[in-house]
Ligand binder design. Structure first.
Ligand SMILES: Nc1ncnc2c1ncn2[C@@H]1O[C@H](COP(=O)(O)OP(=O)(O)OP(=O)(O)O)[C@@H](O)[C@H]1O
Ligand SMILES: [Mg+2]
Length: 291
């Protein structure tokens, strides 16, 4: 990293110690602790008694076929949807009892692009700074630093509708990092991006995780992305965790040549129906072994 960049990050860190910032995070406990979390839409059970523990400081991948329940879990953990039953704590606070405290400590980039195309990048960031309660006298510095961090300084005053998909995603990451959240939720952060833009987002996510020790929970259909970024992954199958572990553990559980694509095909239940019951049983056996 060049000296300017390093200095700007140090300055960014220093600014984060303002009196209005949330109290320091506990050293123990998990960033995300989910117990029996369930979400029903009428007769459909989208999330079915999920248990998950995500330690502080890691990148966690939530994988699963279309409709498996990934976005539903994120919407509950970000307090956008109330659970039907079960409990979850995020950054030390219960999502149902203390949603306001949770919101102060998280960032969220939704699955659908959310930046406003009719505004410039800088204007979008200003809106987010207000939304996240960044103090008025700090907004300008934080916005400049976030633009610099995401490589968008030169495009800050262009309308977002002229941005490429990769730039929009980086702007959304900049919006989500303004208040330096402890936990960042990203729903398919690289969907629709070309390989160069995708790798740029990967680099920025690693930087956020390593330089600010930000815990990241992301969803993806891209197994190369999960393998590259995630310390730990869980594969969902129709609202339940089919298997969880490090990418290496899960690959080794199949055989020494297996890829994460192979693991996904085996455990996500999306590979057809013939082997589904057998595979579910196998998944549970491996899960017990790893657990
Ligand atoms: N608002 C809603 N009303 C009714 N059903 C819903 C609603 N939102 C999601 N569902 C259903 O809940 C299930 C889980 O959906 P969810 O969006 O969480 O899946 P996902 O894993 O994020 O899928 P994708 O990979 O396609 O984004 C699906 O069957 C979906 O149709
Ligand atoms: Mg989704």
């Amino acid at each position: 990293m060049n000296a300017n960049r390093s200095a700007s990050i140090t300055a960014y860190d220093a600014r984060m110690t303002n009196p209005a910032a949330p109290s320091p995070l506990p050293d123990d406990g998990d960033a995300i602790d989910v117990q029996g979390l369930t979400l029903r839409f009428g007769h459909l059970t989208a999330v079915d008694h999920i248990d998950l523990q995500v330690p502080y400081g890691i990148i966690f991948g939530l994988l699963g076929a279309n409709g498996a329940g990934k976005s539903s879990i994120i919407k509950m953990l970000t307090t956008l949807l109330p659970p039907t039953s079960g409990h979850a704590r995020v950054a030390g606070y219960d999502i149902s009892a203390n949603p306001h405290e949770v919101r102060r400590r998280i960032g969220y980039v939704p699955q659908m692009l959310s930046a406003d195309g009719a505004l410039t990048g800088r204007e979008n960031l200003l809106l987010s700074a207000r939304l996240y309660g960044v103090a008025a006298n700090e907004r300008r510095d934080r916005i400049e630093t976030a633009l610099d961090f995401m490589g968008l300084s030169d495009s800050a005053d262009r309308l977002v509708k002229t941005y490429s998909g990769g730039m929009v995603r980086r702007l959304e990451l900049a919006q989500a990092m303004l208040h330096k959240p402890a936990v960042l939720f990203l729903d398919e952060p690289t969907i629709g991006l070309d390989p160069v833009a995708r790798h740029a987002v990967w680099k920025h996510l690693k930087d956020l995780n390593q330089e600010f020790r930000m815990t990241i929970l992301l969803t993806t259909h891209d197994m190369e992305e999960a393998d590259h970024l995630c310390t730990d992954v869980a594969i969902l199958q129709t609202g339940k965790v089919a298997i969880q572990g490090t990418p290496s553990e899960l690959k080794a559980a199949i055989d020494e040549h297996a890829t994460l694509d192979d693991v996904f095909t085996r455990f996500s239940g999306s590979s057809g129906d013939a082997g589904r019951l057998t595979d579910t049983a196998a998944a549970r056996r491996v899960a017990r072994r790893l657990g």
